[in-house]
Ligand binder design. Structure first.
Ligand SMILES: CC(C)(COP(=O)(O)OP(=O)(O)OC[C@H]1O[C@@H](n2cnc3c(N)ncnc32)[C@H](O)[C@@H]1OP(=O)(O)O)[C@@H](O)C(=O)NCCC(=O)NCCS
Length: 139
């Protein structure tokens, strides 16, 4: 049962939201609705990917480009499909899509208690940034 990676389209959003529901480690917010996610996919048509197995959506990664840096959101692999390199392949596709438009760095935010994802990102060559704190403003 192979897993294939392809570009995410707007039609994949409902199944993606379903995958993310109750998934430990993800911070799912009010903006994770079909309208806002469709906007994201339309604005970043080349940086979002899904993993599928026999037509079932089993993985996602969202990539956003702000004109300078790349940002990674909602990397997720269905529990039954983990530790088969799917997360790594999703991330590599996303990195490659950024390289193609000459983005030289991308960032990912990880919940402090999500040590699994921290280990995963370290394994695929990402570096934690101890010197940075993220501030946010609700608009
Ligand atoms: C993080 C996640 C996407 C990893 O997906 P995955 O498909 O299982 O990862 P891969 O099989 O590609 O693993 C790549 C490497 O990371 C390691 N790794 C993966 N998950 C790990 C974990 N929980 N703890 C330690 N190492 C881990 C693998 O062993 C592998 O290492 P290797 O290079 O020695 O072979 C998946 O666990 C997940 O969906 N978690 C819940 C959602 C989440 O936390 N997302 C990140 C939000 S910031």
């Amino acid at each position: 049962m192979g897993i294939s990676i392809s570009i995410m389209e707007v039609k994949d959003i409902p199944a993606s939201i379903e995958l993310w529901k109750n998934m430990k480690g993800l911070a799912i917010r009010g903006s994770d609705n079909i309208r806002d996610l469709s906007e994201h996919v339309k604005m970043n048509p080349k940086h979002n990917f899904i993993a599928t197995s026999e037509d079932q959506l089993v993985g996602t990664v969202l990539g956003g480009y702000d004109g300078r840096r790349g940002y990674i959101y909602h990397l997720a692999v269905h529990e039954d499909f983990r530790r088969k390199d799917t997360g790594r392949e999703l991330m590599e596709k996303c990195f490659q899509s950024f390289r193609e438009i000459h983005v030289t760095k991308c960032h990912m935010m990880v919940l402090k208690d999500n040590t699994g994802a921290q280990d995963f990102y370290s394994k695929i060559g990402c570096e934690p940034r101890d010197e940075i704190l993220v501030f946010s403003k609700t608009l």
